[in-house]
Write a protein that binds this ligand. Structure first.
Ligand SMILES: NC(=O)c1ccc[n+]([C@@H]2O[C@H](COP(=O)([O-])OP(=O)(O)OC[C@H]3O[C@@H](n4cnc5c(N)ncnc54)[C@H](O)[C@@H]3O)[C@@H](O)[C@H]2O)c1
Ligand SMILES: O=C(O)[C@H](O)COP(=O)(O)O
Length: 528
């Protein structure tokens, strides 16, 4: 039974889902990094929020780990590159806390406009400072939105409802979508010069890091108020401090910080700064949403292979997972055979092409191609799986192509995996028999129908009398039992193929004898 570790404070709903889905789950929020490293080796799945740092060291200590589920949006606490390299799927819940976070940004904007936290503190202290807390209206003001994805769009919608003008900078926002949202798409410089309020809703990336740098803060309209409910690191905190002190920035509301937990910061001393401890997603509704969603996604993946909201793998819906399963196996086996034969030749792979014909052409072929790549690359590079295979192929400079052919030939459904090296091109074709049983149907264009078996021997030879008898005798003399025997040839007297399945692995000495037989061109053991 697959085992899950929950290492952050997820809603108990997640535990209930895992248990209902028949998975073993340990709920251990607040583990120190060393404690996490000490136990992570026992788990197939790790569910986190933002507190757990899923570093390379954690992943190194997790040989069984297949999936990291982030109950939330930002995955900057997960080393996705290392996870991908180790074949671990990383998934998040991209919508579950978006409304809640957008509402927090709007709440922060109101709080800034009316200085609510300080006004509340002062009133509770028995002061009645009616003149001290003069606010500003939001009506008619311009809100500058940096990042207009899920959360930014919801913020825009609410701001439009408040009769604000919204200008947005987001390189991936289309004009059409901007019109639908009622926002004006602008360049960053224009946003800087127009915004009365500025709110950030981008992930933290190389491009967005310090997007509000000292230089950019200086370009902002005097008296601007800044809201950051996205990520610390988007704003240069030292520069913000100076701009708040000088009055260039009238106020800032920060939910996120360069270093978290943020327990000490010069910004805390400023009156015109409002801070919350990364509470953007902290509502009962959002936490229930993300916990349920991440638990279901992780359980789907571990139990059926369905993949949703993965950062590093193509999606497979729960409906298509059972249909794709036998095709994944076929793709893996064809790729595995091509990989073993190529590895034996010792040549570097230049290109891999995966073709889909007939029924196979109608399938979601991205995960199938990933399975075929994993099959090809594993014999050459060790543990490669569907998650890391596309990256491994890209890193090795291997061209990967996918082609679909709607027409079907002799078979109603067919996969063809072709591996090209500098010396040769080798294509393997396979189909599914009775809908789910993988069968090899051709090698290098030569028809040869065979089931895949754990131990096989592949021989290419010249099609001349005498080969089959001598070959059979070598195996018989060595006490090697042939389970199935399949022959194919390009033309009478031409290139021929012999594929046998064996009850046990072929001893190397016997393989050497087969290779030494007259008419044999190549002989190679295969294992599946
Ligand atoms: N405070 C919290 O508790 C909390 C909660 C949820 C999410 N978040 C943060 O909010 C961020 C946004 O979440 P989302 O769901 O809207 O993500 P999203 O992916 O839907 O939207 C992000 C948007 O940023 C845009 N973008 C990327 N690079 C940009 C750049 N250089 N300049 C301008 N725009 C750029 C993208 O095009 C995209 O539209 C997340 O990455 C997460 O870090 C924080
Ligand atoms: O990216 C997110 O979803 C938010 O930052 C929420 O983080 P949290 O789950 O730690 O509250």
């Amino acid at each position: 039974m697959a085992k899950i570790l929950i290492s952050d404070k997820l809603s108990p709903a997640a535990v209930a889902i895992f248990e209902r889905r028949g998975l073993e789950v340990d709920f251990k929020p607040g583990l120190a990094p060393a404690e996490l490293r000490a136990i992570i080796g026992n788990y197939d799945g790790l569910a986190v929020r933002s507190a757990t740092k899923v570093t390379r060291e954690v992943l190194d200590a997790a040989p069984k780990l297949r999936v990291v589920g982030r109950a939330g949006i930002g995955v900057d606490n997960v080393d996705v590159t290392s996870a991908t390299a180790r074949g671990v799927v990383v998934m998040n819940t991209p919508y579950g806390n978006a409304i809640t976070t957008a509402e927090h940004a709007i709440a922060m904007m109101f709080a800034l406009a009316r200085q609510l936290p300080d006004a509340s503190t002062s009133t509770k202290a028995g002061k009645w400072e009616k003149n001290r807390f003069m606010g500003v209206e939001l009506f008619g003001k311009t809100l500058g939105l940096i990042g207009c994805g899920n959360i930014g769009s919801i913020v825009a919608d609410r701001a439009v409802g408040l009769k604000m003008k919204v200008v947005a900078f987001d390189p991936f926002l289309s004009e059409k979508r901007a019109v639908e949202l009622g926002v004006e798409k602008v360049e960053l410089e224009e946003l800087f010069s127009r915004a009365d309020f500025l709110t950030l809703h981008t992930p933290l990336t190389e491009q967005t890091k310090n997007i509000l740098s000292r230089e950019n803060i200086a370009k902002l309209r005097r008296g601007v108020r800044i809201i950051n409910c996205a990520r610390g690191g988007l704003v240069d905190e030292a520069a913000l401090y100076d701009a708040l002190k000088s009055g260039h920035v009238a106020g800032a509301a920060l939910d996120v910080f360069e270093t978290e937990p943020a327990t000490d910061s010069p910004l805390f001393a400023l009156e015109n700064v409002i801070c919350t401890p990364h509470l953007g997603a902290a509502t009962a509704e959002a936490q229930e949403n993300v916990a349920l969603q991440v638990a279901d996604q992780m359980a789907d993946f571990l139990l059926s292979g369905a993949v949703s909201n993965a950062i590093n793998m193509p999606s497979v819906t729960a409906e298509e997972a059972p249909r794709l399963k036998p095709y994944m196996e076929l793709a893996r086996l064809l790729g595995g055979m091509a990989g073993q034969l190529t590895a034996a030749g010792g040549d570097a792979i230049r290109a891999i092409r995966v073709e889909y014909e007939g029924h196979a052409a109608e399938l979601n072929h991205k995960p199938l191609t990933a399975a075929a790549l994993a099959g090809v690359l594993t014999p050459l590079m060790g543990a490669v799986n569907m998650v890391n295979a596309p990256v491994v192929a890209r890193e090795r400079g291997i061209d990967v192509a996918e082609t679909t052919h709607e027409r079907s030939g002799e078979y109603q459904t067919l996969l063809r995996v072709t591996v090209r090296t500098d010396r040769q091109e080798r294509a393997l074709e396979g189909t599914l028999i009775a809908n789910d049983k993988p069968r090899l149907v051709a090698i290098k264009g030569i028809s040869v129908e065979a089931d895949f078996a754990p131990h096989m021997l592949y021989v290419t030879n010249h099609d001349k009398p005498g080969f089959i008898g001598r070959f059979g005798m070598v195996l018989a003399d060595a006490g090697v039992n042939i389970a199935t025997f399949h022959l194919g040839r390009a033309a009478a007297g031409g290139d021929a193929i012999c594929l046998v399945s064996l009850d046990a692995p072929l001893p190397d000495a016997v393989l050497a004898e087969v290779r030494a037989l007259p008419l044999v061109v190549q002989a190679q053991k295969l294992a599946f």
